[in-house]
Design a protein around this ligand. Structure first.
Ligand code: CA
Ligand code: CA
Length: 742
């Protein structure tokens, strides 16, 4: 809704969205509202106020995808009369052969039934209902997918409100002063539980119930003075400003373990010693001054200079403030007299820019300070342990980007092409570093190095056909990127890290001369054949999970902790940086119909995909004893070394390249003479689909090559980026829509 008079304008909108997830426990609901009012107060003053807010409710899968994938395909999700008869019959056969009954000494959750003879149709199927490898056909021993879904819950409810106002005063023609004052509040409630029935071995210490409430308040004030003037062939504009921002975090968290196995879930039923209470109370402040001057002569020669100085409370006492300059130059060659008669080349522009900007990246409020963390002890007395080490020199991560560009336009700019080469130097990069066992802390943030990246960017635009009835235009872009660590603050290499479910990821190496987050591991020369497996039924996808590996330095032992140069057997096996990535969009119109297509692609990035261990091999490692009778790590039949694939091998590396048709939309706009008759201004109906086409690499075996893990206690940021652990699938959605304007 919008409207107004000469002096006052308003715009208001509300929106509602309700989406079910692709997994039954997932969903998203959101209600949002927006209101803008702008008013002129006489000739000199302008003012406005805007409000926007939303409430949202997100239901999240209570565990990662691989937990659903690891159950055996022979099990139903829920039992039926037939499947109950089958498991009871299988148990009877086992007992007739003198084998252990499935109910005895089982390794499995008793959720809903503690005996296979107590099962009823509709109950969750569990792996142990099928026996084990020595008396039945069970395999992982894991709880069934229904038991996992029923015994977990995770949701996040968010409220957000923002109010912003401005006042602008025109001092003289071309010179304006504007001040903006805004504030917002975001309140996030997060809840998660995992009950006894989730765990395959019904271990109480695997259960938890966590609840947090975090309020983030932020106040922003910005005042700018701006000037713009054209004097003959000189076009000058300038802006100077000052900005303040304060953010407060206030939160509480309740973490409970050993959840009582009762019908009622309530912290009051917990043992008080099993509940940890955390409080969060933080303030961050940022202040900046900035200025920029733009100058153009005759629309031929363009120049812009800017400088800003930023201060942030999160940095160390000595280094809170830093200055960031920037410069850009341009030459519109096509506006020169010698280009006037060129009918083909309608645009030729040369561009150069260089400048730096600072970022606090992921830095926490007090990462520069020495903190003490209160911890409970077994005797309930509590004590303080060091959580961080003071770093008064912790400072801005600075990114200096230099860009050389040229723009071409042909046939009155019907076709345009932009080519850019850039270098980006990140200095004093903020890295979460796990060096400090000496200090008793797990990791600290350091400015520990410089990283250089560089690449090419191409962009092509074309209005291929534009007739009255039919038009076709497209845009295509392609980028390349290469990164190199150029300095690590005096170190040759950061401490190597293994990230990925319980140490099953690659060895991440970050060293001077290498890229960020290189994945290293053992080179394999094939999989151990199924004939050497003690029991193939335990390997649901017929993969042994064991590979022959290369003893790179020939010393007779396999060492997966050191590179070949350092005396071990690790080689580089992959990296999650694409060789190039691209996007392409097409817009067509034919009479009253319109169609648009958006493609995206990425090529050459790799993931260390841990998922196949869960649904393919179940870890391997169960070989017949004659395979390696003397147990020296060398297969007796062919003399090759071998190891389980989970132990950092290239067998886990997969190609994460993809080509996606991100969006396709087909629309139809009602003829205006029809719309006028019913008193509307326009009506358009459309149908759209996302990811209708999604092509993955041949050797990629999970559901989402873009789903690289970025969370968990061992994750340290880009230095450990590239492992894939149970990512949610790529979502394909279809939308039917109607746009009506009154
Ligand atoms: Ca070796
Ligand atoms: Ca041997």
């Amino acid at each position: 809704m919008s409207g107004g008079t000469d002096d006052v304008n308003y715009f208001a909108s509300v929106g509602y969205q309700n989406t079910d997830g692709i997994i039954i426990t997932e969903g998203f609901e959101r209600l949002n509202a927006r209101l803008n009012v702008d008013a002129k107060l006489g000739d000199k003053f302008k003012t406005g106020v805007s409000f926007n807010g939303f409430t949202s409710d997100r239901d999240i899968l209570g565990h990662d995808m691989r937990d659903l994938l690891r159950s055996y395909g022979v099990h139903p999700v829920y039992h039926t009369a037939e499947s109950i008869a089958f498991v009871q019959g299988l148990d009877a056969q086992a007992q007739a052969l003198g084998l252990e009954a499935f109910d005895d000494g089982y390794r499995g959750s008793t959720y809903e039934a503690n005996s296979i003879y107590a099962l009823e149709p509709g109950m969750a199927a569990q792996d142990w209902h099928y026996g084990r490898n020595n008396n039945g056909i069970g395999g992982s021993g894991d709880a069934g997918p229904a038991a996992k879904l029923d015994n977990t819950e995770r949701w996040e409810k968010t409220f957000f409100g923002n109010v912003s106002s401005y006042l602008q005063y025109s001092i003289i023609d071309g010179l304006n002063i504007k001040t903006v004052l805004g504030g917002d509040l975001k309140d996030t409630q997060y809840y998660e539980h995992r009950l006894l029935g989730y765990d395959s071995r019904a271990r109480t210490n695997q259960t938890y119930m966590d609840q947090t409430d975090l309020k983030v308040w932020s106040v922003l004030s910005e005042t700018t003075l701006s000037y713009a003037k054209v004097i003959g062939k000189h076009d000058i504009s300038a802006v100077a400003g000052i900005e303040f921002q304060t953010t407060k975090f206030v939160g509480t968290g309740l973490d409970g373990v050993n959840v009582p196995d009762e019908d009622i879930l309530n912290y009051n039923l917990f043992d008080p010693a099993d509940i940890t209470v955390t409080e969060r109370k933080e303030t961050r402040a940022r202040e900046s001054v900035f200025g920029r001057i733009n100058y153009a002569y005759d629309d031929k020669y363009l120049a812009s200079v800017s400088i800003r100085r930023d201060g942030d409370s999160r940095f160390g006492a000595n280094k809170k403030y830093a200055t960031f300059p920037a410069l850009s130059l341009g030459w519109n060659v096509h506006n020169e007299s010698f280009m006037e008669d060129n009918d083909v080349l309608s645009k030729l522009k040369l561009r150069f820019s260089t400048g730096s900007l600072g970022t606090a990246s992921f830095l926490g409020s007090y990462d520069a300070l020495s903190l003490l963390d209160p911890s409970a002890t077994y005797y309930g007395t509590g004590y303080l342990i060091p959580e961080n080490v003071a770093n008064p020199d912790l400072t801005w991560q600075t990114n200096t980007e230099t860009n050389y560009g040229v723009d071409f336009g042909f046939l009155n700019n019907r076709f345009t092409l932009g080519i850019d080469y850039y270098t980006s130097d990140i200095e004093d990069i903020l890295i979460n570093q796990s060096i400090s066992e000496v200090f008793g802390t797990s990791s600290i943030v350091l400015n520990s190095g410089d990283v250089r990246s560089s690449g090419w960017e191409f962009e092509l635009n074309a209005r291929v056909i534009s007739n009255d009835d039919f038009s076709w235009s497209f845009n295509a872009n392609l980028s390349t990127v290469e990164t190199e660590i150029t300095d690590l603050g005096g170190l040759d290499e950061l401490p190597q890290a293994i990230y990925g479910q319980s140490g099953r990821g690659p060895v991440f190496r970050n060293y001077v001369g290498g890229g960020i987050g290189e994945m290293w591991g053992l080179e394999t020369i094939g999989e151990v054949e199924m004939e050497y497996l003690a029991d193939g039924t335990r390997h649901p996808n017929n993969q042994s999970g064991e590979s022959y590996v290369v003893d790179q330095n020939g010393d007779g032992v396999i060492d997966n902790t050191k590179s070949v140069a350092d005396g071990g057997d690790l080689v580089k096996i992959g990296q999650n940086t694409p060789d190039f990535y691209w996007g392409m969009s097409h817009n067509f119109s034919y009479k009253d119909f319109d169609m648009s297509l958006q493609f995206q692609g990425s090529h050459g990035a790799e993931v260390y995909n841990i998922d196949p261990l869960y649904y393919g091999s179940q870890w391997g490692g169960r070989l017949v004893s004659s395979f390696d009778a003397d147990d020296n790590g060398i297969a007796d039949h062919n003399g090759e070394h071998y190891t389980a694939s989970r132990n950092q091998t290239d067998a886990m590396i997969q190609d994460a390249s993809f080509i996606a048709l991100r969006n396709i939309t087909l629309g139809y706009t009602l003829k205006s003479e029809w719309v006028d008759k019913i008193g509307l201004s326009s009506v358009r109906a459309y149908v759209a689909a996302s990811n209708l086409l999604y092509i993955m690499a041949d050797n990629y075996t999970s559901y989402n090559p873009e789903g690289v893990a970025t969370s968990g206690g061992d994750y340290l940021g880009p230095t450990t980026y590239g492992a894939q652990v149970g990512a949610s699938p790529v979502v394909r959605s279809f939308t039917l829509g109607l746009n009506v304007n009154f």
